[in-house]
Design a protein. Structure first.
Lengths: 310, 441, 277
């Protein structure tokens, strides 16, 4: 009867469901393609990475691949850039999350508070930075905005008679945080804005008639409703923020010193510049461990919101 | 959204089918090159090559220098075979040629006139007398200065200045309130960025990267003097944001009239005298790179060259192209289409005709600098390595960049010169130990 | 004393103005980039920054002459859309089963999926490169499509799962009682309700594919190179480049930006985070 537009593998699952009766669990059959694919995707490179991390493998000297055990890990961890790198990673993730969620909620609330002229255009303007390529954003910020001689901010500073700030040299981490927040705030706004629009207007009116002020409404009605979207935003942003690389590569190159190096950049710097695949693999695995620890902590804090029914 | 998705899906499948059909044909040559203007010009003029050789189709991959280098190394080390022609420097040519990853450029036709190519450039691209890449252009470092500013202050630039003299000039020519900076030098961290320049400063102060036992020398007085000089002169007389200024940024500063003195690559000569991009085109003077206690290693040597990897799919046509692009005929073509001052500099003696020297006021200094460089004996004290502003070992990219990071931090002021040197010393020692030096011969 | 209506109006104007100011500030870098793309190189670097200048098209002409923009753009379009469609096809069934047939393993499966994204691409470059090489897939669109599908799969599954979870079970019960098969359930009931959510997920996936700059640079050379490679060829050459870079960036970002603007309107209109009838 129904012409299936699904690819073959799930069509069979549907049929099976139909044959066996109404409430079957097509569960695993539907999930398995994605799980299988991800498994292969994860296991094969992961396996290779683990293998590479245990041998000495430098691209420039192929053929000298003796087993060296944990030497690569030891070397990576004892690098003087490791600790700053780990700290900077957490700092970057934490700051951008805080900025994008807090500002995102505030700006979305501002937008939804009342109708005004050109609200649609404002919405569009606000989400635009998310569409720009990270390398392009970094280049714009570095050359056109942060540049202490010809950048916009330098001009503004000079307008007020102050000495322009050399952002990338003196405040490298802050500059990176600004650039990355600028990219991800629109994402938060997009998700939160659409979530806010689904807030039950009647409940709001009722509360207002009962005499609740706007702040109380916000605190007790809006925020709980936003709990799940916020959790989604936090989850997704964390994943991407942990491996921020392009922005650092394009602007500060991790410097000065190790001031703006994060783990991803450290791996690049320590290992790839030297084409030391062994150490790159070891670094990658260590980064995974740290990321997973951070993720577990995050999930503990907000995980309930993600998988419970509202 | 849904209907358009269906349409897209349909057209996607169709196109996928079509694209899968078109694969690389026999006469394709994939060229990987840097996005410098000489190479962009080569890309533009290569249509002439395609006209002369119907059946050869050129495909271009143009990337920024660091990305290119990483891509090329990844590809050649894994025998990926993605490229037929590589644009590399002397650093890669020596290392990869020694590993047998590059095809030897032997049996060149007499019309190619290999003798016309400068011996130092040829040497730099050879291993054991075998040439592994054909030079596209070569550069050394020279001093650019503003004749008008010097005249107004009653100063004269000597033909072979010392760094101390440069520092004195810079003191007199700096007026930060008018955005006039006495000296602009590279500060951006990178083995090919600030370290290229700082190495030449260090060389001229008598320092060297490693001694004959491959021990790093940052704890020695010569490096201390050199780095102190560099940091001090830049702090006093340099532009703000110097630690993120590489070649490009300094070029922009010089072209907009903000620098009185600039020491950098000789290729900038054609940019600073080009009225369409330089406000000071008529007021630029050129002289040798500064020296201090010695002039050995005070000017660097670098060349972009075309090489063919052994994993190339189409080496016959690739060879035809590389020969064409580095030939006298190509130089003549450039002179005809874009003016004689835009001919790729520094590789052939035949380039330095009177017409060229007239059109390019920096030609003489460049020529003499190129003749004088000695990459095999680059420093005052003896060293186990080849290379003036770099050390031709595979580990140098990372070592150079790490040290560059530290020195850049010293320039910013977030660390002291002494701390930067100590850090550079320990990091380099660590890396050399891991790489197994001094066991390697 | 203002009437309630007047004070409401004033509030609206104030909030509106504030919103406009914030939006202008956030949008400013993009505006400045587009503006710079119409300047000459000397103007682009001038201090103080020029808002009034003679516009020129020379940068765009230069790009046109030097690189085949449409080749890169077509690759980007092909790769992004194919990967997104493929990803959705695989994710919707998976999210369906996880949302409505939840087992004890669901939560951990979801978390495990997300953890596959924790490995920084930079650490796994070599294995993937070698794999691609052995399958002969270097510089091919297929390789990128496959990789993008896989790296976006966890996010897409997550997001669709969240949207599905917001739908009350009664709707599905009702349709099941009406005798609908699983296929019908998904297509005739679920997807129409979640149109907005699916659209925003698809948009997210598109953006991620379009802007992905690591694999696209490392696994392609000429045939399959998307717009990210075009940008890479304009950044940091020797010589002045800011105006040209702005021009090529504008060209690279414009398609997805315009697409996003258009579809965002549909999104906002169609999204109803769990409206029940």
């Amino acid at each position: 009867m129904n012409t299936s537009t699904l690819p073959p593998r799930t069509a069979s699952a549907g049929d099976q469901g139909q044959q066996k009766g109404s409430v079957t669990k097509p569960g695993w059959f539907l999930v398995s393609p994605s799980v299988l694919l991800l498994l292969v995707w994860m296991v094969v490179p992961l396996g290779m990475t683990i293998y590479f991390s245990l041998i000495r493998y430098n691209l420039l000297n192929p053929g000298e691949n003796e087993f060296v055990g944990l030497e690569n890990f030891e070397y990576f961890v004892t690098d003087s850039g490791f600790f700053p790198g780990a700290m900077n990673t957490l700092l970057l993730v934490g700051s951008v999350l805080a900025i994008s969620v807090i500002l995102g909620v505030l700006i979305s609330a501002l937008l939804e508070a009342s109708e005004f002229l050109g609200r649609g255009i404002v919405r569009v303007l606000l989400i635009s930075p998310f569409f720009i390529m990270p390398t392009v954003s970094a280049l714009i910020w570095k050359n056109l905005i942060f540049h202490p001689v010809s950048g916009i901010l330098a001009a503004v500073w000079k307008l007020f008679g102050a000495q322009p700030v050399d952002w990338l040299a003196n405040y490298p981490m802050l500059s990176i945080i600004i650039i990355v927040s600028w990219q991800w705030l629109p994402f938060a706004i997009l998700i939160l804005m659409t979530a806010m629009q689904s807030l039950d207007q009647e409940q709001k009116e009722a509360a207002r008639l009962d005499g609740a002020g706007p702040i109380a409404i916000f605190w007790h009605l809006t925020l709980p409703h936003l709990a799940r979207p916020i959790a989604v935003v936090v989850m997704i942003e964390t994943i991407f923020l942990l491996s921020v690389f392009a922005e650092i590569y394009t602007t500060t190159n991790g410097g000065p010193g190790f001031a703006s190096t994060n783990l991803a950049y450290l791996i690049y710097n320590q290992a790839l510049l030297q084409f030391d695949v062994g150490m790159a693999s070891a670094g990658g695995l260590i980064a995974v461990v740290i990321a997973n620890i951070a993720a577990i902590i995050l999930v503990r804090m907000i995980g309930k919101n993600l998988t419970d029914k509202s | 959204m849904k209907t358009s998705a269906k349409v897209l899906l349909g057209s996607t499948c169709l196109t996928l089918g079509l694209t899968l059909c078109t694969s690389a044909t026999a006469g394709d040559v994939t060229i990987a090159t840097v996005n410098n203007s000489d190479m962009i010009r080569m890309q533009r003029l290569s249509k002439t090559f395609e006209e002369q050789h119907p059946g050869i189709k050129l495909k271009w991959v143009v990337l920024e220098e660091n990305v290119l280098r990483q891509r090329l190394t990844t590809d050649i080390a894994t025998k990926g075979g993605q490229f037929d022609v590589l644009t590399i420097g002397m650093y890669e040519a020596s290392l990869w040629g020694a590993k047998g990853w590059l095809k030897e450029m032997d049996n060149l036709p007499a019309s190619y006139a290999l003798d016309d190519v400068f011996p130092s450039v040829r040497d730099g691209l050879s291993v054991d007398g075998k040439l592994f890449a054909l030079p596209f252009y070569a550069e050394s470092s020279i001093t650019y200065y503003r004749k008008d500013l010097f005249k107004a202050a009653g100063l004269t630039m000597p033909e072979r200045p010392t760094w101390t003299q440069i520092s004195e000039f810079a003191d007199k020519l700096t007026d930060k309130s008018k955005e006039q900076y006495g000296i602009c030098l590279r500060g951006k961290a990178g083995w090919g960025e600030n370290m290229a320049l700082i190495s030449t400063v260090a060389n001229s102060f008598g320092a060297r990267w490693f001694d004959e036992q491959w021990k790093p020398q940052f704890d020695q007085p010569e490096w201390k003097n050199a780095l102190n000089f560099y940091v001090n002169v830049m702090k006093k007389n340099g532009p703000p944001g110097a630690s993120s200024n590489g070649f490009n940024e300094n070029l922009a500063l010089f072209n907009s009239g903000k620098c009185a003195i600039w020491v950098d690559a000789s290729v900038a000569g054609s940019f600073v005298t080009d009225k369409s991009q330089s406000k000071v085109a008529d007021n630029v003077g050129f002289t040798y790179a500064p020296h201090e206690v010695t002039d050995k290693g005070s000017a660097w040597l670098y060349s972009w060259a075309l090489a063919i990897p052994t994993s190339a799919k189409n080496d016959k046509d690739a060879r035809a192209f590389t020969e064409w692009a580095t030939s006298k005929e190509y130089a003549a073509l450039v002179a005809e289409k874009d003016g004689v001052s835009n001919v790729p500099p520094g590789t052939r003696a035949s380039t330095y005709t009177d017409a060229y020297k007239k059109a390019a006021p920096f030609a003489d200094i460049t020529l003499e600098s190129l003749k004088a460089v000695t990459p095999k004996a680059p420093t005052l004290k003896p060293v186990p390595y080849v290379g003036i502003q770099l050390v031709t070992i595979p580990e140098f990219q990372q070592i150079g960049t790490n040290v560059g990071q530290q020195f850049s931090a010293a320039l910013v002021g977030s660390t002291t010169v002494d701390a930067a040197l100590t850090q550079a010393q320990s990091a380099t020692e660590r890396d050399m130990k891991r790489a197994g030096y001094p066991k390697k011969g | 004393m203002m009437t309630l209506k007047q004070s409401r109006r004033l509030q609206s104007v104030l909030l509106g103005t504030l919103s406009w100011v914030i939006a202008a500030l956030i949008f400013f870098p993009i505006f400045w980039m587009v503006l710079t793309s119409f300047k000459t190189e000397i103007d682009a670097f001038a201090t103080p920054p020029q808002f009034i200048f003679t516009p020129t098209l020379e940068n765009y002409l230069h790009i046109q002459e030097r690189s085949d923009y449409f080749h890169f753009a077509w690759n980007s379009v092909l790769i992004s859309f194919s990967a997104t469609i493929l990803c959705l096809l695989i994710s919707v069934p998976a999210a369906y089963s996880m949302a409505f047939f939840e087992t004890k393993r669901t939560k951990s499966t979801l978390l495990w999926m997300l953890s596959t994204k924790m490995l920084p691409p930079v650490g796994v470059l070599m294995p993937i490169y070698l794999l691609a090489k052995s399958f002969g897939l270097l510089d091919s669109r297929i390789a990128l499509i496959v990789i993008y599908t896989l790296i976006n799969l966890p996010i897409v599954v997550w997001m669709i799962y969240t949207y599905f979870k917001d739908i009350p079970g009664e709707i599905l019960e009702a349709s099941r009682l009406d005798g609908a098969s699983t296929r019908q359930e998904i297509f005739k009931v679920l997807i129409p309700i979640c149109k907005g959510g699916l659209a925003s997920t698809a948009l997210l996936s598109l953006i991620l594919c379009w802007n992905e700059a690591f694999w696209s640079l490392n696994l392609t050379s000429s045939n399959a190179a998307p717009l990210t490679a075009l940008i890479a060829s304009y950044s940091s050459p020797e010589g002045l480049f800011w105006a040209k870079l702005s021009a090529v960036s504008t060209l690279a970002c414009a398609p997805i930006l315009i697409f996003g603007w258009i579809s965002q309107k549909q999104l906002v209109r169609g999204l109803s985070f769990g409206a029940v009838k």
